[in-house]
Design a protein around this ligand. Structure first.
Ligand code: ATP
Length: 346
């Protein structure tokens, strides 16, 4: 089911507007990640989709239907929470059956559907156990099956992986993607972890201060950020940010507008030029290897940078010329807006 927000705002009863003019479409069948720092507005947006909160102004549509005034029950959404919220006294099978029992689905149909869902989420061999006898990942699978039991219009997942250890988080994010693709249910997934969002989503909506900073395919956010916030938030190691006055005029003039800062991706910095690049004077302090990863500590003036492609061939602790591939160099103005390359370099 397509979801559409038309100029939606939300003001909490304390009078503070926390979501400003949210205008977006979620395409039917897609998995969208709501990503952003704490307080950015992810949960508030999710609760507006679910109907747990009502918009102060603007309209929300599911397909062609205006659901702005409809409550959570009427909207037919399935929810999965961070703590799974399974019924502890019921078996796995009964947990999955429960929403269908409430909806008065007949007994044999609901049992058959629950068994199919258990198979979909791969807990068929656990159906007679109680939630406390399952691992965190298995409990999450059951919570997803239960949320899908009533064939919801939209599946909403609120930080579903945050209680799992690192290895299980990676496994479960792949599982969520598989289950979403198999069922085709439009899914919204809240996370503050950019790497999780990058791996799981068809599109990422990056929120900060109750505004959409960018809503795009994961790779587009990485390669073509709208502003400094997006460029900083997406990518690991974080973007290197250097004031523009550390660069020659020639570099600043590559961009259209008044350049205040230059952002450089860690992997764009090299000690040999391989692609269209800018030059900079820098000092390499050390080059460390971690398995297949490398990390060099560099300074430009008094600014510390991290580079992943600078090799041990670089002389240490002395001024040297480094290059930054233009594809990983962004210029921002004073307000943090991205400045485009001038026509002849674009
Ligand atoms: N009940 C409330 N009353 C007043 N303000 C609220 C309420 N709930 C949230 N806020 C404010 O709304 C803004 C957005 O909060 P929200 O919980 O949506 O952010 P979030 O991105 O989900 O953050 P987190 O990752 O910490 O959950 C914050 O400034 C928060 O302080």
């Amino acid at each position: 089911m397509e979801v559409k927000f038309n100029h939606v705002t939300l003001t909490y009863p304390n009078g503070v507007e926390v979501l400003h003019d949210m205008d977006f479409d979620i395409t039917d069948g897609q998995l969208v990640a709501l990503l952003g720092p704490s307080g950015g507005g992810k949960s508030t947006t999710l609760n507006l989709i679910s109907g747990l909160l009502s918009a102060t102004s603007g309209n929300i549509y599911f397909g062609d239907k205006d659901v702005t005034k409809q409550d959570a029950l009427g909207r037919g959404v399935g929810m999965v929470f961070q703590n799974y919220a399974l019924y502890p006294h019921m078996t796995v099978l009964d947990n999955i059956i429960f929403p269908m029992k409430m909806a008065k689905v007949d007994k044999s149909t609901r049992k058959q559907r629950a068994l199919e869902l258990a198979q979909l989420v791969r807990v068929s061999d656990q159906i007679n156990k109680k939630p406390s006898d399952l691992s965190g990942g298995q409990q999450q699978r059951v919570a997803i099956a239960r949320a899908l039991a009533k064939s919801p219009n939209i599946l909403l997942l609120d930080e579903p992986l945050s209680n799992l250890d690192a290895r299980l988080r990676v496994e479960m994010r792949e599982e969520i993607r598989r289950i979403q693709k198999e069922t085709g249910v439009t899914t919204v997934f809240v996370t503050h972890d950019q790497s999780e969002a990058m791996h799981v989503a068809d599109k990422i909506m990056l929120l900060n201060d109750g505004r959409i900073q960018q809503y795009d395919a994961p790779q587009s956010l990485y390669e073509n950020p709208n502003n400094q916030f997006v460029a900083n938030f997406i990518g690991e190691p974080a973007l290197n940010v250097v004031p523009a006055d550390q660069f020659d005029d020639e570099v600043r003039q590559l961009f259209d507008g008044d350049v205040a800062t230059i952002g450089i991706r860690a992997e764009a910095l090299t000690n040999e030029v391989k692609a269209p690049a800018i030059k900079m004077q820098a000092v390499v302090h050390e080059v460390l290897s971690f398995g297949r990863d490398r990390q060099a500590a560099i300074s430009v003036g008094s600014h510390q940078l991290v580079a992943t492609e600078v090799t041990t061939a670089a002389p240490l602790e002395q001024e040297t010329t480094l290059f930054a591939a233009l594809s990983g160099v962004y210029a921002f103005d004073q307000s943090g807006q991205r400045l485009p390359l001038r026509g002849d370099h674009a």
